[in-house]
Ligand binder design. Structure first.
Ligand SMILES: Nc1nc2c(c(=O)[nH]1)N=C([C@H](O)[C@H](O)COP(=O)(O)OP(=O)(O)OP(=O)(O)O)CN2
Ligand SMILES: [Zn+2]
Length: 148
């Protein structure tokens, strides 16, 4: 017998991963003095590291056939591919997105990178709602796919 045609509840789900990476905040468009003035200790030429937390939030209707918005087993595999790109890496030297495009490895830009790379790998990319990256317990950044 077919399922009754009920309205589908919209639910958010979140998966949390952690990774470690090194980086240096430095702009090739600024002088050494300007870099030091803007980025301070984070401009240390020998880099520094963080234990990052990465949260991916999906939002969508619960599929009555599966009872799920999105299968976490799929999300886990998709996030793992992206994690491989950053975990135990130097973001400025090992990650082509930052290295080849001279993108400063702020956590704002890291959140954009993780959002884009995950979305590109998702079975239903339209369900990705937002990505949050915690650089430290106090510094937290969220990207929802908006551009000015
Ligand atoms: N807008 C941004 N500002 C800063 C970023 C960033 O990504 N976006 N990043 C940094 C540095 O990476 C730095 O490592 C931050 O670490 P730290 O100052 O140690 O972190 P806390 O604020 O948590 O440290 P406390 O001194 O304990 O408050 C800087 N700015
Ligand atoms: Zn840092």
């Amino acid at each position: 017998m077919p399922a009754p045609n009920l309205a589908r509840p919209i639910v958010q789900l979140k998966r949390v991963e952690t990774f470690s990476a090194a980086h240096r905040l430095h702009s090739t468009e600024l002088s050494d003095e300007e870099n030091l003035q803007i980025f301070g200790k984070c401009n240390n030429p020998n880099s520094h590291g963080h234990n990052y937390t990465w949260e991916a939030v999906l939002k969508g209707p619960v599929d009555p056939r599966t009872g799920m918005v999105y299968n976490l087993a799929d999300l886990k595999k998709e996030m793992a591919v992206v994690l491989e790109m950053v975990d135990h890496k130097n973001l400025d030297k090992d990650v082509a997105y930052f290295r080849d495009n001279n993108i400063i490895s702020t956590t704002e830009n890291l959140a954009v990178f993780l959002y884009t790379e995950l979305k590109n790998r998702m079975r239903s990319p339209e369900l990705l709602y937002e990505v949050t990256v915690r650089e430290t317990d106090k510094n937290i950044f969220t990207f929802s796919g908006s551009f000015s």
